[in-house]
Design a protein. Structure first.
Ligand code: XLS
Ligand code: NI
Ligand code: NI
Length: 437
Protein backbone atom coordinates (compact mmCIF):
# COMPACT_ATOMS: atom_id res chain seq x y z
CA UNK A 1 0.00 0.00 0.00
CA UNK A 2 1.04 3.56 -0.59
CA UNK A 3 2.21 5.79 2.21
CA UNK A 4 -0.80 7.65 3.61
CA UNK A 5 1.03 10.30 5.60
CA UNK A 6 4.12 11.41 3.68
CA UNK A 7 4.11 14.65 5.70
CA UNK A 8 4.73 12.70 8.91
CA UNK A 9 8.29 11.50 9.59
CA UNK A 10 9.44 8.71 11.87
CA UNK A 11 9.33 10.25 15.32
CA UNK A 12 12.70 9.92 17.01
CA UNK A 13 13.95 10.62 20.51
CA UNK A 14 15.98 13.84 20.47
CA UNK A 15 16.17 14.62 24.18
CA UNK A 16 14.54 17.31 26.26
CA UNK A 17 16.17 20.33 24.68
CA UNK A 18 15.02 19.70 21.13
CA UNK A 19 12.69 22.22 19.54
CA UNK A 20 11.61 19.76 16.87
CA UNK A 21 7.86 19.21 17.44
CA UNK A 22 7.99 15.92 15.51
CA UNK A 23 10.36 14.35 18.05
CA UNK A 24 10.22 12.80 21.49
CA UNK A 25 11.81 14.68 24.34
CA UNK A 26 11.38 12.06 27.08
CA UNK A 27 10.30 8.85 25.35
CA UNK A 28 13.30 6.85 24.22
CA UNK A 29 11.64 3.52 23.37
CA UNK A 30 14.69 1.27 23.61
CA UNK A 31 16.36 2.98 26.55
CA UNK A 32 16.57 0.59 29.49
CA UNK A 33 15.53 2.05 32.83
CA UNK A 34 14.92 0.02 35.98
CA UNK A 35 15.70 -3.16 34.11
CA UNK A 36 13.23 -2.72 31.22
CA UNK A 37 12.99 -0.88 27.94
CA UNK A 38 10.75 2.17 28.16
CA UNK A 39 8.48 0.65 25.52
CA UNK A 40 7.93 -2.36 27.80
CA UNK A 41 7.29 -0.27 30.89
CA UNK A 42 4.74 1.88 29.10
CA UNK A 43 3.19 -0.45 26.51
CA UNK A 44 1.50 2.33 24.56
CA UNK A 45 -1.50 1.53 22.39
CA UNK A 46 -3.36 3.51 19.75
CA UNK A 47 -7.15 3.51 20.08
CA UNK A 48 -8.58 2.67 16.67
CA UNK A 49 -11.88 4.46 17.31
CA UNK A 50 -10.36 7.82 18.09
CA UNK A 51 -7.26 7.82 15.96
CA UNK A 52 -8.60 6.16 12.83
CA UNK A 53 -12.34 6.89 13.03
CA UNK A 54 -13.37 9.98 15.04
CA UNK A 55 -13.50 13.01 12.77
CA UNK A 56 -14.33 15.66 15.36
CA UNK A 57 -18.12 15.63 15.22
CA UNK A 58 -19.93 16.73 18.36
CA UNK A 59 -23.50 17.58 19.37
CA UNK A 60 -23.22 20.95 17.67
CA UNK A 61 -21.47 20.09 14.47
CA UNK A 62 -20.22 17.58 11.97
CA UNK A 63 -16.68 16.31 11.66
CA UNK A 64 -13.82 18.69 10.95
CA UNK A 65 -11.06 16.19 10.22
CA UNK A 66 -11.50 14.31 6.94
CA UNK A 67 -10.40 10.76 7.67
CA UNK A 68 -11.73 9.26 4.43
CA UNK A 69 -8.19 8.41 3.22
CA UNK A 70 -9.29 8.82 -0.39
CA UNK A 71 -11.70 5.85 -0.22
CA UNK A 72 -15.12 6.05 -1.82
CA UNK A 73 -16.92 3.15 -0.14
CA UNK A 74 -17.03 2.08 3.46
CA UNK A 75 -15.31 -1.29 3.04
CA UNK A 76 -12.52 0.26 1.01
CA UNK A 77 -12.17 2.83 3.79
CA UNK A 78 -11.96 0.00 6.36
CA UNK A 79 -9.12 -1.62 4.38
CA UNK A 80 -7.26 1.66 4.07
CA UNK A 81 -7.73 2.51 7.74
CA UNK A 82 -6.01 -0.74 8.71
CA UNK A 83 -2.97 0.05 6.58
CA UNK A 84 -2.93 3.68 7.67
CA UNK A 85 -3.02 2.73 11.35
CA UNK A 86 0.00 0.46 10.96
CA UNK A 87 1.84 3.31 9.27
CA UNK A 88 1.11 5.50 12.32
CA UNK A 89 2.13 2.74 14.77
CA UNK A 90 5.42 2.44 12.94
CA UNK A 91 6.08 6.18 12.72
CA UNK A 92 5.21 6.71 16.39
CA UNK A 93 7.03 3.61 17.75
CA UNK A 94 3.78 2.44 19.33
CA UNK A 95 3.73 -1.35 19.73
CA UNK A 96 0.02 -1.99 20.43
CA UNK A 97 -3.47 -1.05 19.33
CA UNK A 98 -7.01 -1.53 20.66
CA UNK A 99 -10.28 -1.68 18.74
CA UNK A 100 -14.03 -2.18 18.84
CA UNK A 101 -15.42 -4.60 16.27
CA UNK A 102 -17.26 -1.76 14.50
CA UNK A 103 -14.16 0.45 14.34
CA UNK A 104 -12.31 -1.95 12.09
CA UNK A 105 -15.26 -3.04 9.94
CA UNK A 106 -18.55 -1.18 9.48
CA UNK A 107 -21.72 -2.94 10.53
CA UNK A 108 -23.44 -4.82 7.66
CA UNK A 109 -27.15 -5.25 6.92
CA UNK A 110 -27.35 -8.23 9.26
CA UNK A 111 -25.18 -9.92 11.87
CA UNK A 112 -23.90 -12.49 9.37
CA UNK A 113 -22.74 -9.77 6.99
CA UNK A 114 -21.13 -7.82 9.85
CA UNK A 115 -19.27 -10.98 10.82
CA UNK A 116 -18.06 -11.56 7.24
CA UNK A 117 -16.77 -8.01 7.11
CA UNK A 118 -14.93 -8.55 10.37
CA UNK A 119 -13.35 -11.69 8.95
CA UNK A 120 -12.10 -9.84 5.89
CA UNK A 121 -10.62 -6.88 7.76
CA UNK A 122 -9.17 -8.94 10.59
CA UNK A 123 -7.36 -11.04 7.95
CA UNK A 124 -5.75 -7.84 6.67
CA UNK A 125 -4.85 -6.77 10.21
CA UNK A 126 -3.41 -10.21 11.02
CA UNK A 127 -1.17 -9.91 7.95
CA UNK A 128 -0.02 -6.43 8.95
CA UNK A 129 0.70 -7.62 12.50
CA UNK A 130 2.80 -10.44 11.12
CA UNK A 131 4.77 -8.08 8.88
CA UNK A 132 5.39 -5.47 11.58
CA UNK A 133 5.43 -7.29 14.93
CA UNK A 134 2.76 -4.92 16.29
CA UNK A 135 0.38 -6.42 18.85
CA UNK A 136 -3.21 -6.23 19.99
CA UNK A 137 -3.51 -4.92 23.56
CA UNK A 138 -7.24 -5.63 23.66
CA UNK A 139 -10.36 -5.95 21.59
CA UNK A 140 -13.95 -5.11 22.47
CA UNK A 141 -17.46 -4.99 21.03
CA UNK A 142 -19.36 -1.80 20.33
CA UNK A 143 -22.72 -2.63 21.93
CA UNK A 144 -23.88 0.96 22.33
CA UNK A 145 -23.95 2.73 18.97
CA UNK A 146 -26.65 0.93 17.01
CA UNK A 147 -30.26 1.94 17.88
CA UNK A 148 -30.98 -1.67 18.89
CA UNK A 149 -28.93 -0.91 22.02
CA UNK A 150 -30.90 2.21 22.95
CA UNK A 151 -31.93 0.63 26.29
CA UNK A 152 -28.63 -1.16 26.85
CA UNK A 153 -27.23 -4.50 25.69
CA UNK A 154 -27.12 -7.02 28.55
CA UNK A 155 -29.38 -4.71 30.55
CA UNK A 156 -31.94 -4.12 27.82
CA UNK A 157 -35.53 -4.98 28.80
CA UNK A 158 -35.76 -6.80 25.47
CA UNK A 159 -34.39 -10.37 25.51
CA UNK A 160 -33.78 -10.25 21.74
CA UNK A 161 -31.27 -7.47 22.34
CA UNK A 162 -29.51 -9.56 25.00
CA UNK A 163 -29.20 -12.41 22.50
CA UNK A 164 -27.88 -10.11 19.78
CA UNK A 165 -25.30 -8.61 22.15
CA UNK A 166 -24.16 -12.07 23.24
CA UNK A 167 -23.69 -13.08 19.60
CA UNK A 168 -21.85 -9.86 18.78
CA UNK A 169 -19.50 -10.22 21.77
CA UNK A 170 -18.90 -13.89 20.87
CA UNK A 171 -17.63 -12.79 17.47
CA UNK A 172 -15.56 -9.92 18.92
CA UNK A 173 -13.84 -12.37 21.28
CA UNK A 174 -13.18 -14.73 18.37
CA UNK A 175 -11.52 -11.92 16.43
CA UNK A 176 -9.52 -10.93 19.54
CA UNK A 177 -8.28 -14.50 19.90
CA UNK A 178 -7.49 -14.70 16.19
CA UNK A 179 -5.30 -11.59 16.54
CA UNK A 180 -3.57 -12.88 19.68
CA UNK A 181 -5.07 -10.14 21.88
CA UNK A 182 -3.61 -9.76 25.37
CA UNK A 183 -6.94 -8.58 26.70
CA UNK A 184 -10.64 -8.19 26.10
CA UNK A 185 -12.50 -5.15 27.48
CA UNK A 186 -16.09 -4.81 28.58
CA UNK A 187 -17.02 -1.17 28.87
CA UNK A 188 -20.65 -0.82 29.98
CA UNK A 189 -21.76 1.23 26.96
CA UNK A 190 -25.43 1.85 27.73
CA UNK A 191 -25.58 -0.55 30.68
CA UNK A 192 -27.30 1.82 33.08
CA UNK A 193 -30.55 3.74 33.32
CA UNK A 194 -32.12 7.11 32.72
CA UNK A 195 -34.98 6.75 35.23
CA UNK A 196 -35.86 4.15 37.85
CA UNK A 197 -39.55 4.68 36.93
CA UNK A 198 -39.11 2.25 34.03
CA UNK A 199 -36.26 0.12 35.34
CA UNK A 200 -36.06 -3.29 37.01
CA UNK A 201 -32.63 -2.73 38.50
CA UNK A 202 -32.38 -6.20 40.04
CA UNK A 203 -33.03 -8.02 36.77
CA UNK A 204 -30.74 -5.68 34.83
CA UNK A 205 -27.83 -6.31 37.19
CA UNK A 206 -28.38 -10.07 37.11
CA UNK A 207 -28.54 -10.02 33.32
CA UNK A 208 -25.40 -7.94 33.07
CA UNK A 209 -23.60 -10.62 35.10
CA UNK A 210 -25.13 -13.35 32.92
CA UNK A 211 -23.82 -11.70 29.75
CA UNK A 212 -20.32 -11.36 31.22
CA UNK A 213 -20.33 -14.96 32.37
CA UNK A 214 -21.63 -16.61 29.22
CA UNK A 215 -19.33 -14.65 26.89
CA UNK A 216 -16.18 -14.81 29.04
CA UNK A 217 -16.57 -18.56 29.54
CA UNK A 218 -16.92 -18.97 25.79
CA UNK A 219 -13.65 -17.06 25.31
CA UNK A 220 -11.82 -19.43 27.63
CA UNK A 221 -13.30 -22.37 25.74
CA UNK A 222 -11.87 -21.14 22.43
CA UNK A 223 -8.46 -20.55 23.97
CA UNK A 224 -8.44 -16.92 25.12
CA UNK A 225 -5.52 -16.72 27.56
CA UNK A 226 -5.42 -12.97 28.13
CA UNK A 227 -7.19 -10.84 30.73
CA UNK A 228 -10.79 -9.78 30.79
CA UNK A 229 -11.27 -6.22 31.95
CA UNK A 230 -14.25 -4.19 33.06
CA UNK A 231 -13.85 -0.46 32.41
CA UNK A 232 -15.66 1.56 35.08
CA UNK A 233 -17.46 4.80 34.21
CA UNK A 234 -20.05 6.56 36.38
CA UNK A 235 -22.22 8.28 33.78
CA UNK A 236 -22.43 9.06 30.07
CA UNK A 237 -24.13 7.96 27.95
CA UNK A 238 -26.65 6.94 30.63
CA UNK A 239 -27.33 9.07 33.67
CA UNK A 240 -26.22 6.25 35.92
CA UNK A 241 -23.87 3.60 34.57
CA UNK A 242 -23.86 0.39 36.61
CA UNK A 243 -20.05 0.06 36.40
CA UNK A 244 -19.78 3.32 38.35
CA UNK A 245 -16.20 3.12 39.63
CA UNK A 246 -13.53 0.61 40.65
CA UNK A 247 -15.11 -0.06 44.04
CA UNK A 248 -18.56 -0.66 42.56
CA UNK A 249 -17.22 -2.99 39.88
CA UNK A 250 -15.13 -4.99 42.35
CA UNK A 251 -18.20 -5.40 44.57
CA UNK A 252 -20.27 -6.47 41.56
CA UNK A 253 -17.67 -9.00 40.40
CA UNK A 254 -17.45 -10.46 43.91
CA UNK A 255 -21.23 -10.65 44.26
CA UNK A 256 -21.52 -12.61 40.99
CA UNK A 257 -18.55 -14.94 41.37
CA UNK A 258 -16.69 -13.22 38.53
CA UNK A 259 -13.71 -11.75 40.37
CA UNK A 260 -11.33 -14.56 39.48
CA UNK A 261 -11.52 -13.94 35.76
CA UNK A 262 -11.86 -10.14 35.58
CA UNK A 263 -9.56 -7.22 36.22
CA UNK A 264 -10.10 -3.51 35.66
CA UNK A 265 -9.26 -1.16 32.84
CA UNK A 266 -8.99 2.22 34.55
CA UNK A 267 -9.60 5.35 32.49
CA UNK A 268 -8.32 8.66 33.85
CA UNK A 269 -11.28 10.73 32.67
CA UNK A 270 -13.79 8.21 34.04
CA UNK A 271 -12.10 8.40 37.45
CA UNK A 272 -12.58 12.16 37.66
CA UNK A 273 -16.19 11.89 36.40
CA UNK A 274 -16.80 9.56 39.36
CA UNK A 275 -15.43 12.19 41.74
CA UNK A 276 -12.14 10.38 42.29
CA UNK A 277 -8.58 11.03 41.27
CA UNK A 278 -7.03 8.83 38.59
CA UNK A 279 -4.56 7.63 41.23
CA UNK A 280 -7.38 6.67 43.60
CA UNK A 281 -8.94 4.36 41.02
CA UNK A 282 -5.59 2.77 40.19
CA UNK A 283 -4.71 2.32 43.85
CA UNK A 284 -8.12 0.83 44.62
CA UNK A 285 -7.74 -1.66 41.79
CA UNK A 286 -4.19 -2.50 42.83
CA UNK A 287 -4.85 -3.13 46.52
CA UNK A 288 -7.78 -5.36 45.55
CA UNK A 289 -5.66 -7.41 43.15
CA UNK A 290 -7.68 -6.15 40.18
CA UNK A 291 -5.26 -3.80 38.44
CA UNK A 292 -5.12 -4.66 34.77
CA UNK A 293 -4.84 -1.95 32.13
CA UNK A 294 -5.23 1.78 31.61
CA UNK A 295 -7.11 4.05 29.23
CA UNK A 296 -4.70 6.96 29.20
CA UNK A 297 -6.39 10.32 28.73
CA UNK A 298 -7.47 13.29 30.80
CA UNK A 299 -10.58 15.35 31.38
CA UNK A 300 -11.01 19.06 31.81
CA UNK A 301 -11.57 20.44 35.29
CA UNK A 302 -14.26 22.79 33.96
CA UNK A 303 -16.19 20.29 31.85
CA UNK A 304 -18.35 17.56 33.34
CA UNK A 305 -18.09 14.99 30.60
CA UNK A 306 -15.67 12.51 29.05
CA UNK A 307 -13.56 14.94 27.02
CA UNK A 308 -10.98 12.23 26.22
CA UNK A 309 -8.07 14.64 25.91
CA UNK A 310 -4.57 13.40 25.35
CA UNK A 311 -2.84 13.27 28.75
CA UNK A 312 -0.33 16.07 29.33
CA UNK A 313 -0.56 16.57 33.09
CA UNK A 314 2.75 15.30 34.45
CA UNK A 315 1.54 15.13 38.08
CA UNK A 316 -1.11 12.66 36.95
CA UNK A 317 1.20 10.63 34.75
CA UNK A 318 3.74 10.47 37.59
CA UNK A 319 1.26 9.29 40.21
CA UNK A 320 -0.18 6.87 37.63
CA UNK A 321 3.22 5.35 36.90
CA UNK A 322 3.92 5.13 40.65
CA UNK A 323 0.83 2.95 40.95
CA UNK A 324 1.81 0.89 37.91
CA UNK A 325 5.29 0.30 39.36
CA UNK A 326 3.83 -0.60 42.75
CA UNK A 327 1.60 -3.11 41.00
CA UNK A 328 4.76 -4.70 39.57
CA UNK A 329 4.30 -3.16 36.11
CA UNK A 330 1.92 -4.19 33.38
CA UNK A 331 1.44 -7.87 32.61
CA UNK A 332 -1.19 -8.11 29.89
CA UNK A 333 -2.22 -4.46 30.17
CA UNK A 334 -0.77 -1.23 28.88
CA UNK A 335 -1.46 2.45 28.26
CA UNK A 336 -4.15 2.82 25.64
CA UNK A 337 -4.66 6.37 24.37
CA UNK A 338 -8.43 6.50 24.62
CA UNK A 339 -8.03 10.11 23.56
CA UNK A 340 -8.59 12.44 20.65
CA UNK A 341 -7.24 15.72 19.43
CA UNK A 342 -9.66 18.64 19.93
CA UNK A 343 -12.20 19.36 17.20
CA UNK A 344 -10.22 22.39 16.09
CA UNK A 345 -7.06 20.30 15.70
CA UNK A 346 -8.19 18.79 12.45
CA UNK A 347 -5.16 17.42 10.63
CA UNK A 348 -3.18 14.19 10.80
CA UNK A 349 -0.22 16.24 12.05
CA UNK A 350 -2.39 17.21 15.02
CA UNK A 351 -3.17 13.55 15.66
CA UNK A 352 0.56 12.86 15.71
CA UNK A 353 1.38 15.86 17.93
CA UNK A 354 -1.31 14.62 20.31
CA UNK A 355 0.26 11.17 20.56
CA UNK A 356 3.74 12.63 20.98
CA UNK A 357 2.43 14.83 23.82
CA UNK A 358 0.77 11.88 25.55
CA UNK A 359 3.74 9.57 25.12
CA UNK A 360 6.21 12.16 26.36
CA UNK A 361 4.00 13.00 29.36
CA UNK A 362 3.93 9.33 30.34
CA UNK A 363 7.62 8.82 29.63
CA UNK A 364 8.37 11.76 31.91
CA UNK A 365 5.91 10.38 34.47
CA UNK A 366 7.74 7.05 34.43
CA UNK A 367 11.11 8.73 34.88
CA UNK A 368 9.75 10.84 37.76
CA UNK A 369 8.00 7.91 39.44
CA UNK A 370 11.27 5.97 39.43
CA UNK A 371 13.04 8.99 40.94
CA UNK A 372 10.47 9.17 43.73
CA UNK A 373 10.90 5.48 44.49
CA UNK A 374 14.67 5.77 44.36
CA UNK A 375 14.61 8.82 46.63
CA UNK A 376 12.68 6.72 49.13
CA UNK A 377 11.58 9.53 51.46
CA UNK A 378 7.88 9.23 50.72
CA UNK A 379 7.76 5.43 50.98
CA UNK A 380 9.80 5.54 54.18
CA UNK A 381 7.41 8.13 55.63
CA UNK A 382 4.39 5.96 54.86
CA UNK A 383 6.04 2.81 56.26
CA UNK A 384 6.90 4.65 59.45
CA UNK A 385 3.41 6.12 59.71
CA UNK A 386 1.98 2.61 60.12
CA UNK A 387 4.81 1.20 62.21
CA UNK A 388 2.52 0.74 65.23
CA UNK A 389 1.24 -2.36 63.40
CA UNK A 390 4.66 -3.97 63.35
CA UNK A 391 4.73 -4.93 67.03
CA UNK A 392 2.69 -5.21 70.20
CA UNK A 393 -1.06 -4.76 69.98
CA UNK A 394 -0.82 -3.55 66.36
CA UNK A 395 0.85 -6.75 65.24
CA UNK A 396 -1.83 -8.79 67.00
CA UNK A 397 -4.53 -6.79 65.17
CA UNK A 398 -3.10 -7.43 61.70
CA UNK A 399 -2.32 -11.05 62.53
CA UNK A 400 -5.93 -11.47 63.59
CA UNK A 401 -5.01 -12.79 67.02
CA UNK A 402 -6.26 -9.87 69.14
CA UNK A 403 -9.59 -10.64 70.79
CA UNK A 404 -12.20 -7.97 71.46
CA UNK A 405 -11.67 -8.47 75.20
CA UNK A 406 -7.95 -7.95 74.80
CA UNK A 407 -8.53 -4.75 72.81
CA UNK A 408 -10.88 -3.49 75.51
CA UNK A 409 -8.41 -4.27 78.29
CA UNK A 410 -5.68 -2.54 76.29
CA UNK A 411 -7.80 0.58 75.74
CA UNK A 412 -8.90 0.75 79.39
CA UNK A 413 -5.33 0.48 80.52
CA UNK A 414 -4.12 3.09 78.01
CA UNK A 415 -6.34 5.88 79.32
CA UNK A 416 -6.03 8.14 76.25
CA UNK A 417 -4.27 7.94 72.87
CA UNK A 418 -1.16 10.03 73.38
CA UNK A 419 0.90 9.43 70.26
CA UNK A 420 -1.04 10.68 67.22
CA UNK A 421 1.64 12.25 65.08
CA UNK A 422 1.35 14.70 62.19
CA UNK A 423 0.40 13.42 58.70
CA UNK A 424 2.80 16.00 57.22
CA UNK A 425 0.84 16.42 53.98
CA UNK A 426 2.42 19.73 53.00
CA UNK A 427 5.91 18.48 53.76
CA UNK A 428 5.27 15.47 51.51
CA UNK A 429 3.83 17.60 48.71
CA UNK A 430 6.97 19.69 48.85
CA UNK A 431 9.21 16.60 48.78
CA UNK A 432 7.24 15.42 45.73
CA UNK A 433 7.81 18.74 43.94
CA UNK A 434 11.47 18.88 44.92
CA UNK A 435 12.04 15.50 43.27
CA UNK A 436 10.15 16.47 40.12
CA UNK A 437 11.74 19.86 39.58
C1 XLS B 1 -16.05 5.35 26.68
C2 XLS B 1 -15.06 4.32 26.86
C3 XLS B 1 -14.81 3.45 25.65
C4 XLS B 1 -14.10 2.19 26.03
C5 XLS B 1 -14.13 1.11 25.01
O1 XLS B 1 -16.17 6.27 27.45
O2 XLS B 1 -13.89 4.90 27.33
O3 XLS B 1 -14.11 4.16 24.68
O4 XLS B 1 -12.77 2.45 26.38
O5 XLS B 1 -15.40 0.72 24.69
NI1 NI C 1 -12.08 3.95 27.56
NI1 NI D 1 -14.13 7.07 28.08
Amino acid sequence: MKEFFPEIPHIKYEGKDTKNPMAFRFYDPDEVIAGKKMRDHLKFAVAYWHTMCAGGSDMFGVGTHDKSLGADDEMELARRKAHAMFELLDKLSVDYFCFHDRDIAPEGRCLAESNERLDEISDIIAGLMKDTGKKLLWGTANCFNNPRYMHGAGTSPNADVFAYAAAQIKKAIEVTVKLGGNGYVYWGGREGYETLLNTDMGLELENMARLLKITSEYGRKIGFKGDYYIEPKPKEPTKHQYDFDAATVIGFLNAHGLSKDFKLNIEANHATLAGHTFQHELAFARVNGAFGSIDANMGDMLLGWDTDQFPTNVYDTTTCMLEVLKAGGFTNGGLNFDAKARRGSNTWEDTVYAHIAGMDAFALGLRMALKIIEDGRIDAFVANRYSSYNEGIGKKIVDGTATIEELEAYALNMGEVMTNTSGRQEYLENVFNSILF
